[in-house]
Write a protein that binds this ligand. Sequence first.
Ligand code: SER
Length: 373
Amino acid sequence: MPVLKTLTKVAKQVLQSPGCGCRPSVIPVRCLGVSPRQVASDASFHSISFSETDHPRVLITGGLGQLGVGLAKLLRKRFGKNNVILSDIRKPPNNVFHSGPFIYSDILDFKNLREIVVNNRITWLIHYSALLSAVGEANVRLARAVNITGLHNILDIAAEHGLRLFVPSTIGAFGPTSPRDPTPDLCVQRPRTIYGVSKVHAELMGEYYHYRHGLDFRCLRYPGIISSDSQPGGGTTDYAVQIFHDAIKTGKFECNLKPDTRLPMMYIDDCLRATLEILETPADALSMRTYNINAMSFSPEELVQEIRKHVPEFQVTYNVDMVKQAIADSWPMNFEDSNARNDWGWKQEYDLPELVTTMLSFLSADSRLAHAY
Ligand code: SER
């Protein structure tokens, strides 16, 4: 196992307001279903004390993906453990199950979703269920169902129940005809992946529901997100997560993108904080409903150089995956996020050196722990 050299720091609205600022118009709702059953895995979150009623009641879909558990932890610190419900269609690991309310929810099942929102008096919905870029290309029908039909269910329920709705978008919502260096908030968006198409659809549908029906829709276009304790699944930017695991475990890494492929990236703590910040921003401060956010941009070779400052003997080879490379070549190299900075004070805390130090510190501590048992 390679020796870590110097690890010093350890872990760290467009047009106008909806309609005319008047009450939302009547929202079309799907046929009312009977909702007789309580969906409760934790009886305690139905008994809310008075002080808890001041806080939002949050449901996170796709909660077992790369971001859900971390976001739940942050929101629970702020709003109380029982006010934040994680949901997924998969079984939660022990630590997640015991950390706060977790329930089964299938975003493709409209009645199940409505029942959860009603029974748990949900007021904020964070919609993290989605198939990422590379895995979406390998299963277009499923990506279309989850990313588009699922979103329609979410939008209808959010509108029907007056929820604040957050849906992440992505650098993948741009395509080869978009300006790439930098990519502004408003420009041509002609992505060539089902993931990108579904995310442009989500941005436009969310904004349509906002202007047409007064839905409190909020959306951030995330860069590639890098995290130490949760893994992404099937994205084009995933190399920038795996590389840290391999540097620690084996000292070797095979990269599936060309060395000079530059993409916008962000450390997970910045991403989760940005998400909470936009959710808490007063509506009148939002000049738009969909914002780019960025922290840094780097290529594999630049990332390798930074890692080698800590792991000098780190060996990297390149074996390019043509599907991922074509996707990356159509995406922004640099993200222009001045609207987020001006409207609601967005500012990242992690740059490339800080990211590398933090990731290596966390993962090497984990690996030392694993070896101690
Ligand atoms: N991380 C995503 C992907 O690579 C981009 O949003 O698919």
